[in-house]
Design a protein around this ligand. Structure first.
Ligand SMILES: *[C@@H]1O[C@H](CO)[C@@H](O)[C@H](O)[C@H]1NC(C)=O
Ligand SMILES: *[C@@H]1O[C@H](CO)[C@@H](O)[C@H](O)[C@H]1NC(C)=O
Ligand SMILES: *[C@@H]1O[C@H](CO)[C@@H](O)[C@H](O)[C@H]1NC(C)=O
Ligand SMILES: *[C@@H]1O[C@H](CO)[C@@H](O)[C@H](O)[C@H]1NC(C)=O
Length: 752
């Protein structure tokens, strides 16, 4: 079927005796046919080695290696390789990754879902988690249970409360970097999904066909910055283009994003960096988007746009035909394959095991005691206290606890999706019993049911309790990949049961699970509901992590990583509307543009009290010339601000300061109300003892500020409530030439 242009390679290969197929994922670079090629020559640079491999392949062999289940080239001793590996919050049991049924490699550390990691606002902790996951991934790879590249993290921002969306749970712009050694990466990470991937399955519209209409301003200010961070700051190895179209062009056929913005404008074109299509996305350029008429044209559109790999079969099945029809050149194909193989060379795939410390990572390095501690830390640091009246929490350490609700005996449900088996997941019941409480348990209801059969039992068990805790919320039956929500109130009759439990007059705590938010208005307003704790999906820490917070073993300091909207919100704007700014049919989206939240982004209470003060400072005129100096003007220092946090209560606690910049009537119009400049603004203060003070300098970089603050800028703090500090800017003037620098220039360049 496929023309064999380089068929002389076949002839020469015949003289090489093929060894039996290696058992290892790794190629045999010492004795096999591959060892004769420069790809195995460790003295050469990675792209030279990769090019040598590609040059030795026939066109058919090349095309056979353009899909995620790459066939390899038996003639050359190149083994098959599965490019599709997942590790969102721990090595995940998907596709290229296999878990054994028992014994070694039958489990891995299962960290809380990324939305919980996001709620910690602790970049150092994110780094630790990424470090552990990538170590475990290498151990899995060494035992042939996984590959070396991972299609994680998902960094699409979370614009809509019902857009669960994609339940790979978004971590705002914080990026999981797989170890910081750019020369010797442990694994390769993939930022996905470029771009404006926001809708799964909503109102009869599928992500496979959705055409997102996005303004240039929203792209530049909201939808693209996480990707820019991946490209320019994290130097991530791969990107994934998305199913949806943006302004008429399917994500994987969009040369503007994949070449102009990503590779040229963000300067991401570096040897070994590649782009994969989301799974089936290239096929859907034809079958769902009808952007082209036939399959070879779809394959060609993607390859020519800058997609190097197909998660699917359109590349391997149709690139041959596309080449015959002159829709693609072999040169373009070579470029894609060279990018792919360069990354494997960089990861040590073609190097002798003996030379690489990473190749000695083994089962002993998986699910270690240290990793277990970090998993529990993430669960507790990411827990958000939403309500606590009459000191309902922390719980008294003794007495009778009645546990009610669908989550009291759940295990794997606490992992959400994109997970692998955990060593052990303690339930709420087990955790409570281990703490020595007298425990009464009645499930009472399910996640989404109208049956009240369990109510009476639950209420009578509550009557016998000193304290009642309800564990419920959402699970993957309510929010999941391919399943956006249409409602954001509590599912089923859980809220009815909570309100009935409240009527017993017993101290009542509600523990809320789920990645997306639920409207807690009713629960917040009732004085007989003492406390609400949002725990997301705590994963393997399970009940133990939740009870760390409930008992005060750890004081809560997490903050909501997304806005909690009222339930009416979903009827005010369709999820298909991508506009962020308020308008006639748009109440505004996210904390930047929406004012009527039930609980704002960044909300979170403590068991102690804090006083936060911000040294007053007169801000002078900034010199736009020096601010915009250099290649990365966005990283220049604008100013430093000093912040003092004092624990004025009686409980040792962490504290996370979020500093928002706000400046009315500035920047490209219409401007937004609040903005959180990245990197500079988040300050996790750990273990601050009562009466102790902690003084911090916050460095503000020109990034974002430039874009927003044309005439005025960050000034003295106007108000500080318990949760957030809002810096309201009126005090200094930045010279107007700033219009021509930083992001504004970039926007104009992007527009070219
Ligand atoms: C390409 O893949 C097909 C299908 O797996 C296989 O039959 C064929 O032998 C492969 N060709 C080469 C040259 O490896
Ligand atoms: C808990 O223990 C304390 C003393 O250790 C006791 O005073 C209190 O009554 C107990 N509370 C309950 C609910 O049993
Ligand atoms: C919890 O689930 C386990 C396993 O499914 C089951 O054996 C046990 O009886 C359940 N416990 C309660 C209190 O429902
Ligand atoms: C919840 O249950 C109702 C019926 O009680 C059903 O109509 C709805 O589809 C369910 N929600 C989900 C997300 O499954």
């Amino acid at each position: 079927m496929v023309a064999l242009k380089n068929s002389w390679h076949y002839a020469s290969a015949l003289t090489l005796i093929l060894p039996t197929l290696a058992q290892s994922n790794y190629p045999d670079c010492t004795t096999g046919p591959l060892s004769q090629l420069a790809v195995c020559d460790v003295s050469l640079d990675p792209s030279t080695r990769a090019k040598a491999l590609v040059a030795a392949m026939t066109l058919e062999e090349k095309i056979n290696n353009t899909g995620h289940e790459a066939a390899g080239a038996p003639r050359l001793g190149l083994p098959a390789y599965n490019w599709w590996n997942e590790a969102l919050h721990g090595v995940a049991a998907k596709h290229g990754v296999t878990f054994e049924d028992e014994g070694e490699f039958s489990y891995a550390t299962s960290f809380p879902a990324p939305i919980v990691l996001g709620a910690t606002f602790n970049d150092e902790l994110v780094r630790e988690v990424a470090n552990i996951i990538s170590t475990e991934a290498r151990a899995f790879s060494n035992s042939d249970n996984a590959g070396l590249d991972y299609w994680t993290p998902n960094i699409n921002p979370f614009k809509d409360p019902a857009g669960v969306g994609d339940r790979k749970h978004r971590v705002k712009t914080r990026f999981i970097s797989p170890g910081d050694d750019l020369e010797n990466p442990k694994v390769l990470a993939t930022c996905k999904h470029l771009s404006a991937y926001d809708l799964e399955e909503w109102g009869g519209i599928s992500r496979f066909e959705f055409d997102a209409h996005v303004s240039m301003q929203d792209l530049v200010e909201y939808y693209l910055p996480p990707f820019k961070t991946c490209a320019m700051d994290a130097h991530v190895g791969a990107f994934m283009c998305s199913y949806n179209a943006v302004n008429g062009v399917p994500g994987c056929a969009d040369r503007y994003f994949l070449q102009t913005v990503l590779r040229e404008h963000w300067k991401w074109e570096v040897p070994g960096h590649w782009v994969t299509g989301d799974c089936g996305a290239i096929e859907r350029i034809q079958t769902w988007h009808h952007y082209v008429d036939d399959a070879p044209s779809a394959a060609a559109a993607a390859l020519n746009a800058g997609v190097d790999l197909d998660c699917g079969s359109y590349f391997p099945d149709y690139l041959g035909e596309a080449e015959r029809q002159g829709l693609v050149t072999e040169e373009t194909l070579d470029k894609a394959l060279t990018r792919l193989y360069t990354s494997l060379v960089q990861l040590g795939y073609f190097d002798p095991a003996g030379d690489q410390p990473l190749r000695s990572l083994a089962w002993e390095d998986v699910s270690t005691a240290e990793a277990e501690v970090v998993a529990r830390d993430v669960a507790t640091q990411g827990t958000v206290l939403l309500k606590n009246i009459d000191r309902t929490l922390p719980l008294s350490r003794n007495g009778t606890l009645t546990l009610v609700g669908p989550y009291i005996n759940f295990t794997t449900e606490m992992q959400s999706n994109y997970a692998g088996p955990a060593k052990y997941i303690p339930t709420m019941i087990e955790a409570a019993e281990q703490l020595g409480y007298t425990v009464l348990t009645v499930q009472g209801t399910e996640i989404n049911t109208t049956s009240t059969d369990g109510f009476e039992d639950a209420l009578s068990a509550a009557q016998e309790a000193d304290m009642v805790i309800f564990f419920g919320g959402m699970d993957n039956g309510i929010e999941e990949e391919s399943l956006d929500r249409t409602r954001i109130d509590w599912p089923g009759n859980q809220e009815d049961l909570i309100l009935r439990l409240a009527e017993t007059g017993k101290p009542l705590t509600v523990v809320q699970f789920g990645g997306g938010q639920l409207d807690d208005s009713q629960l917040l307003s009732k004085s007989n509901i003492g406390a609400i704790v949002w725990v997301g999906y705590p994963s393997q820490a399970g009940g133990v992590g939740v009870f760390d917070i409930l008992t005060g073993n750890v004081a809560p300091a997490g903050r909501l990583p997304i806005t909690q909207y009222p339930k009416s919100y979903v009827d005010e704007i369709p999820m298909t509307d991508m506009n962020l700014r308020p308008g006639p049919n748009n109440p505004g989206r996210t904390y930047r543009w929406y004012d009527d939240s039930v609980l704002p982004f960044g909300f979170g209470l403590h068991y102690t009290t804090f006083k936060v003060s911000w040294a007053k400072k007169n801000f002078g005129q900034y010199d736009s010339a020096s601010l915009t100096n250099g290649d990365r003007a966005d990283l220049n220092t604008l100013d430093t601000f000093s912040l003092t946090v004092t624990n004025t209560g009686d409980v040792t606690s962490d504290y996370v300061a979020l500093v928002f910049a706000s400046a009315p009537d500035v920047g490209p119009q219409p401007s937004y109300r609040n903005h959180l400049p990245k990197r500079v603004n988040i300050l996790p203060i750990q273990g601050l003892n009562p009466t102790k003070r902690s003084l911090h300098n916050i460095l503000a970089q020109t990034e974002e500020v430039l874009r927003n603050l044309r005439h005025t800028g960050i000034g003295a703090v106007e108000s500080s409530d318990e949760n957030c500090i809002f810096a309201v800017g009126v005090e200094f003037l930045v010279d107007c030439t700033l219009r021509e620098c930083g992001h504004l220039v970039e926007r104009e360049r992007v527009l070219d």
